[in-house]
Design a protein around this ligand. Sequence first.
Ligand SMILES: C[S@@+](CC[C@H](N)C(=O)[O-])C[C@H]1O[C@@H](n2cnc3c(N)ncnc32)[C@H](O)[C@@H]1O
Length: 389
Amino acid sequence: MNGSAQSQEWLTFLEEIVVEGRLIQVIFSSPRRKDEDIARKLTVRPIKLKNGLFYQFERHHLNKVFHENVAAEELKDQLQLTMERYKQALFKTPDADIQILANKKGGLSLLTQAKATKREAVPQEHNRNKSYVLPDGEAVPFLIALGVMTAEGRVVKAKYDKFRQINRFLEMVSDVISELPRGKRLNIVDFGCGKSYLTFALYHLLAIKEQLPVRIIGLDLKKDVIETCSKLAAELKWDDLVFSVGDISDYEGDTSIDMVVTLHACDTATDAALLKAISWESSVILSVPCCQHELFRQINQPLLKPLLKHGILKERFSALVTDAIRANLLELAGYRTQLLEFIDLEHTPKNILIRAVKSEKINTAEIKGEYEQFRDFLGVLPYMEREKG
Ligand SMILES: C[S@@+](CC[C@H](N)C(=O)[O-])C[C@H]1O[C@@H](n2cnc3c(N)ncnc32)[C@H](O)[C@@H]1O
């Protein structure tokens, strides 16, 4: 078969599986060029979003995972473009696996292996946990007590965003459960727990669903919310979920904490929580920062005047710089760090979640130099460096 005939066969194949919606998964591997920008592995799968069918392109690159959702109409073009960058692809369809191999001249050959048993080609729900951790329709006592669900297990309409946020959070926790130590009781702190929807959800997932031995401590400055949360934990008979009044930076309750959670704790309260987690060498850190004011007052770089002279831009820029600094300092402390979208921007502007997992394999030398130049260019000294013990 010559190159163009192979290409024609490829194009026909692509057209058919896309038009007939038969794609279950594609795995692209072996990039054609050793280019820094090309992920070594890229997978594609159909997902159902509330506005229709999409295909999620997941790139694994430099120990990080990136997602992009492509509309069904663009799938064919995107697959074609992607195939130009890889030597191999495995297309999974309900009745066969099709291996695509590129030769040196770029021609493609197709090898089909039929499957004895037919597979389902049903797209997955994007938010897996809608039907997985806390499904709508299944009564969950703590959600009923918090007013998120009715006694029949229906999500209260006005609380739907909260319900989605809880599920999204649990989805992110589920992804890191395997990073937590085993064979011991897990100690977890939720700093700035507030009304504790997410703290209760975390306990539900780990202690009730996963049946893991855990003790979770929720800490907050507000005495009244802590009293309410303690009462609810007692009503639920969740003895290992305890709440305490206190300031994050003064917290001395434990010497060994396996996971630190801090969601929407204000301004430098997030940094105080991250410093605590680093000092405990916690295995996992989940943090959604908010109200990043500290660097707004510090940033000083004349070259950025065209941006910084506009208050609203300076505020957003400072918030991004703050989170970039936090992520880099976590990496320098030996954490594999990802910044993920916590919840759609339409629901909250505070939508970045920092997920950090303690790792042995961080090359801190390179990150250190880059980080210091970045910090010094902006003329800032962040809380996490100032207050580090
Ligand atoms: C916006 S609420 C978030 C509540 C909850 N984590 C959530 O995401 O739904 C922020 C909470 O952090 C608490 N907080 C802020 N600074 C704190 C500090 N330094 N120590 C303890 N709690 C703090 C506040 O009292 C408030 O209840």
